[in-house]
Ligand binder design. Structure first.
Ligand code: SF4
Ligand code: SF4
Length: 433
């Protein structure tokens, strides 16, 4: 049945909820003590579930211990489980394995408390006016959007690490959905959550809870507002130009660390449509969607300059639109890299490059293998170790350096031009207008 009248839809939704409520009220969502014991007794420790589990969780032995009275091992598995349900599909005894873990972990779950900021909804136009320039110039290095489901292994520390790393570096961090909830649970050494540590404006170094998963549209909205309010792009029937503007100028990157459902996949690709890349966690590969760039094919990285219609080679940024990473250590530098934009100003690129190198050194203990691709002139290099990086460019990449002036003579893919106006849209070029 399709109901097109929105007033009828409202009435039908309320009536259906009223009718269903008595049935739902009788349903038990947590196993009773008897059912818990009965199901534990059914387990034959065949190991099929462990074999099917992407985390390789030892469910059979934990069930056995729980039956003997020690529920701790089963409760511990709850934190590592990503809720995919594969174990239940292969269990010949049809044991509700996830329900058993929830039951065992319930005493811990009930005590979990965190201070969470209320979902705030859309980013205001006045806030965009304030941050439009630093975002486009790159001095606010980017908007980081942890989005999507909370089904990643090992609790909530990963969310804390993502939020804390980027907020402390001056990025704007906008959370939604389960990630916004999980961020409240991990407390730092002073017993504070990220919501207590960082302010909630849409501004440098702030952490915002935008709202539920559905509120992801407000993050899109913020990016669109940068293009429309700050850059005065037409907002109606002009999606490609807005996306083109964001892709080339607005440093932003989403992360669906515990991506589970197709809904989370569509959120990530929704970001992509608007020119915003998204990183997905290890289980994100099951979407079978990836938009991967090839930095090893330089001729593929081309962009037009709106001023004269010239097609020029550019650095690979953002390199990917959807990319899956296996560990949090890979995730952090990847996100910093995906905030590079071809139109970055030298101060903006310098800040972004500093964070990219720093995060790679901190978490992967290596210089990123592609850092030199993002250097357009000596002004892009991290200030603190400029000479060291010039030497690396000369020794490892064969660039020509004028050591007297401390300038790059040759090597970069392209130089810096302050009035460079990049686009991928041919219709914006002078001869097509
Ligand atoms: S598959 Fe079922 S019966 Fe076999 S070990 Fe796992 S829970 Fe027990
Ligand atoms: S639901 Fe949890 S325990 Fe079962 S297979 Fe998935 S991750 Fe493993």
């Amino acid at each position: 049945v399709v109901i097109l009248d929105p007033f009828k839809v409202g009435r039908v939704a309320v009536e259906v909820a009223r009718k269903i409520h008595p049935k739902r009220a009788k349903k038990e969502y947590i196993l009773s003590d008897e059912a818990f014991e009965r199901w534990l007794g059914e387990c034959i420790q065949c190991g099929n579930c462990t074999f099917a589990c992407p985390q390789g969780l030892k469910i059979g032995s934990a069930n056995k211990k729980a039956l003997e009275g020690d529920t701790e091992p089963l409760a511990k598995l709850f934190d590592q489980c990503v809720g995919c349900g594969r174990c239940e599909q292969v269990c010949k005894k049809h044991i509700p394995i996830v329900d058993l873990m929830v039951k065992a972990a319930r005493p811990i779950i009930e005590k979990e408390k965190g201070k969470m900021r209320a979902g705030r909804g859309p980013v205001r136009d006045t806030e965009i006016r304030q941050v439009g320039a630093p975002l486009v110039l790159g001095t606010i290095p980017g908007i980081i959007a942890p989005i999507g489901c909370g089904n990643y292994p090992n609790g909530t520390e990963d969310v804390y690490t993502i939020v804390n790393e980027f907020a402390s570096r001056g990025y704007i961090v906008t959370l939604t959905g389960c990630m916004a909830i999980d961020a409240a649970f991990w407390l730092d050494d002073e017993g504070k959550s990220v919501y207590e540590r960082y302010p909630d404006d849409f501004d440098k170094g702030c952490v915002l809870n935008i709202g539920s998963c559905v509120s992801n549209a407000h993050i899109h909205g913020a990016a669109i507002k940068v293009a429309s309010i700050f850059a005065r792009r037409q907002i109606r029937a002009n999606y490609d130009e807005i996306a083109d503007y964001i892709l080339n100028r607005v440093g932003a990157c989403g992360v669906a660390w515990g991506a589970m459902s197709q809904k989370a996949a569509s959120i990530a690709t929704g970001f992509n449509r608007l020119g915003i890349p998204a990183v997905v966690g290890p289980h994100g590969v099951k979407y079978r969607r990836a938009y991967l760039g090839r930095r090893d094919i330089p001729e593929k990285w081309r962009v037009y300059d709106v001023r004269n219609g010239e097609e020029i080679q550019c650095e690979p940024c953002p390199e990917h639109l959807i990319v899956a990473v296996e560990t949090i250590e890979e995730c952090l530098p990847m996100m910093a890299k995906l905030c590079f934009r071809v139109a970055d100003t030298p101060p903006g690129r310098q800040i972004k490059l500093t964070h990219y190198i720093d995060l790679s050194m901190k978490y992967l203990k290596i210089m990123p293998p592609d850092w030199h691709l993002y250097v357009r002139s000596e002004a892009d290099l991290p200030l603190a170790k400029k000479e060291y990086y010039l030497k690396l460019l000369e020794d490892e990449h064969g660039w020509e350096i004028d050591w007297e002036k401390k300038k790059i003579v040759s090597g970069p893919i392209k130089g810096v031009d302050p009035s460079f106006n990049p686009t991928l849209l041919e219709r914006l070029l002078p001869e097509r207008r």
